[in-house]
Design a protein around this ligand. Sequence first.
Ligand code: CA2
Length: 148
Amino acid sequence: MSRLVYMLNGPNLNLLGKRQPHIYGHETLADVERDCRALAAELKLDLVFQQSNREYEIIDWIHEARETACGLVINPAAFTHTSVAVLDALNTFDHPVIEVHISNVHKREEFRHRSFVSLRADGVIAGCGTLGYQLGLRRIAQLLDQAA
Ligand code: CA2
């Protein structure tokens, strides 16, 4: 089986580290990618790391992942709370899915408490800051190793 993991980021996460550091911290998305690439190498995983502000691009990457990847880590950002289309795409993916949120969405506004993506996710990480991405990657590696 492939050791390719897709890590997908939704809208506005390109601004990470540049705005609202009291909520999302000081690390940029480039910092997150660098740290995840280092961890992926350690875990012997290949990594595709993407961000988009467009729903259809996230969906297209999930379709791409269906063909090639053995796991998916996704921070769908605001699409978490709105997108049946992202949920439908994830429901076509046959391997582990870990949903990550930098902030603790449950401590925030009520509209952030509902996640369409959680209906599919095998694990959910929230409120651990950007470390959540690495935790998600470690969980995928663990699930792959358990299945081998
Ligand atoms: O906590 C998370 O990771 C979220 O997925 C982030 C989303 C939010 O809509 C979710 O409810 C929780 C927002 C991403 C926006 O990212 C920014 C980062 C820095 C500055 C401004 C926005």
